[in-house]
Design a protein around this ligand. Structure first.
Ligand code: SF4
Length: 259
């Protein structure tokens, strides 16, 4: 996986711009959020600078890097490291088999995911389930599904660079905990965030990349496929490539296929 500096460079935030270490983020008034009341003006400093500082805190990064599954979801749920904590209804840590060989990663939760706390539900989720079924799999068996960002950007907007940086340690920890044989990046945005590139999805598809040492294949996001039926055949080619890459990865690691 690219370094933090690599990502900043790709996002054109370096070398001119750096996350600063300063005072910890101000606490979020969760009571006001839950009741729908407006937080008091004195309790709400500008969200972005406070989030940036908290996200880059060495103690936070060390804590996340040491998380086990027993604490992972609670840690995500308590996270206030970026401004998305103020607008989410539920955090969406991920779902599936924590010993899975397949790790599917999208960009960020949408409205239904935000409401249910589970990634890839609704029509896009059904299509994803159908794609998995075509390979003889289900989302709860030998598959883990997550997003790079664990909280929904309002209106499904593209995540801000600082939000992606703030959340990155969580997906890094999930990859380290699961140690999958294959990562399938769902959509250009997820691929860009994981690979630290702004290349087009057309140029990223059809070959095997590496992310934290794990083979990674890029395919279309299911929500895109719902609108672009002509690309479903290409998505199927991607799945077959992913299956071959997983087979090669397992052979390389000499892991049993039914781990
Ligand atoms: Fe924390 Fe990630 Fe949610 Fe931002 S998106 S509040 S970094 S869990």
């Amino acid at each position: 996986m690219p370094s933090r500096d690599d990502v900043l460079r790709e996002l054109r935030l370096a070398p001119e711009w750096r996350l600063r270490r300063a005072a910890p983020a101000a606490p979020v008034d969760r009571t006001a959020e839950s009741t729908g009341a407006s937080p008091s003006s004195t309790a709400s400093p500008p969200a972005q600078p406070a989030a940036a500082v908290a996200a880059d805190s060495p103690s936070r990064l060390a804590r996340i890097a040491a998380l086990g599954w027993e604490d992972f979801a609670a840690d995500v749920d308590a996270c206030t490291a970026c401004a998305l904590c103020r607008t989410r209804n539920r955090s969406v840590p991920g779902v599936g088999d924590v010993r899975a060989q397949w790790l599917l990663i999208g960009e960020a939760p949408g409205a239904e995911e935000d409401a249910r706390g589970e990634p890839f539900v609704g029509q896009a989720g059904k299509l994803l389930d159908n794609m998995l079924a075509a390979l003889g799999m289900t989302r709860r068996e030998n598959v883990y599904i997550a997003n790079v960002l664990k909280c929904r950007p309002p209106g499904n907007r593209t995540p801000e660079p600082l939000e992606a940086l703030a959340c990155r340690p969580y997906i890094e920890r999930q990859i380290a905990l699961i140690r999958p044989g294959l990562i399938l990046a769902l959509g250009k945005s997820a691929a860009s965030l994981l690979l630290g590139t702004d290349a087009s999805i057309a140029s990223l598809r059809g070959r095997v990349h590496r992310c934290q040492g794990v083979p990674l294949v890029v395919t279309y996001h299911p929500a895109y496929l719902l609108r672009s039926l002509q690309d479903k055949a290409r998505a199927w080619e991607d799945l077959l490539l992913a299956r071959r890459a997983l087979g090669a990865s397992l052979a390389e690691a000499e892991l049993p296929a039914d781990r």
